[in-house]
Ligand binder design. Sequence first.
Ligand SMILES: [Zn+2]
Ligand SMILES: [Zn+2]
Length: 306
Amino acid sequence: MQQPDHLFGGTSSSASSHEVGNAAVSYFASTTQSRPLDEAVTTSTTPHDHVSPEDASEPRIKAEIETVPVRPTLPSLLQYVDHVLMRHKDQHNKPPQYAQKCTICSIQWDKAGIPSTFLALSCGHWVHYRCFIELATREGLHKGLCYTCNTPLYEWDGINTLTLAIRTDIPMWKDKTTAISPSTYALVTSDHDAYEQECGFIEKTIERRFFKQLAKTSGFAAHSPDLVQCFNDTLKDLRLMGRPTSKWLTWSTTTGLLLFGMLVAIKMQRYLTEGHGRIKQTEAWVAWEAGCRALQARILDDVHQE
Ligand SMILES: [Zn+2]
Ligand SMILES: [Zn+2]
């Protein structure tokens, strides 16, 4: 799995492409270019549902349809919980048979010791929500699949598990032991130490790259350091060093990758604001902030994509 060099465009960066899951994606996205990542994702992973029958008769498009392999797209775990499972909220706790059992814990849905919402997965199998979360956040073969019929339900990605844990109120335990969440009763294994260590590593890389930029001449007024380049170089360094390795920060989907980029951006923003406040008056800062907003917009687009 390769990682990003360019989550938003630097003044001297060039286009490059990497693998995200099974989709080849271009990370070069300057603020003047309109959403190239989204376009790359659309063209490489989505069936051509936007092509009308008239368009399909056009030979060039027809040839394109035949050569691009059609791969069904799966939502990320977060999208699956937010959109798919919540879409039929009115049917929650209303199984077709009164004595229906959860296909994960095999207990009659309303007889479980710890009550939990009972709902149907997209394959049609009914489960307790807490049983579903437990499988989703646990290492194992069934991650991403229905426990009963093995239908792929979503693309698992570590960084979204963190978000899911926050949304479902599963605390991140500070010790390494496996604990039971008091709110959902799901078993949660802590990755807190690895996460903290990784964050420290990211912060040190940002600092080192910032000082390298300070020593260079940039194209900005008063030679203010190129912050976008600093950000891109930081991501490149992290990739070359095989980071991130922490469970909460690794990813397998585009959303996960973009969220990791945003985490690095937030850390860099904090580092600059706290330690080098005067940089906020420079031209380079304006370009940097525009890049952050563009990245944020791409994350929102990706999360809201059905
Ligand atoms: Zn259950
Ligand atoms: Zn199923």
